[in-house]
Design a protein around this ligand. Structure first.
Ligand SMILES: [Zn+2]
Length: 115
């Protein structure tokens, strides 16, 4: 499952940030639509990988999916591409560059001291 690999990479970034005894209360993630991340599968993978780890006992995972972005080569407009329709909504041209949709980032992370 693709999402298990994503959750593993996510944890490999987070672990070094957790110096000392801390609990992660919330992680906000953002993925481009082209990453093809399924929220429920990622949540399942994350909770499976962190099972038994106190630091992630009550972690809320917020997952935001960003639409694919395109830029028209004719009129230079930028826009969201819906349903992979490769056509400029402003001038109708089909010569389009993909400028976004591959994002994969941790937007925010909330951590509290584990007392
Ligand atoms: Zn255009």
């Amino acid at each position: 499952m693709h999402e298990t690999g994503i959750a593993r990479r996510l944890l490999s970034v987070i672990y070094p940030m957790l110096d000392g005894k801390k609990q992660v209360t919330r992680i906000k993630l953002r993925f481009g639509e082209l990453k093809m991340v399924q929220k429920d599968l990622l949540e399942t993978a994350f909770s499976t990988l962190t099972r038994g780890d106190k630091r992630f006992k009550d972690t809320i995972l917020e997952i935001e999916i960003k639409p694919v972005r395109g830029k028209c080569n004719t009129c230079q407009s930028e826009f969201d591409i819906k349903n992979f329709e490769m056509r400029c909504p402003f001038c109708g041209e089909t010569s389009i560059d993909i400028t976004g949709g591959y994002e994969s980032e941790i937007v925010e992370m909330e951590v509290v001291e584990d007392v």
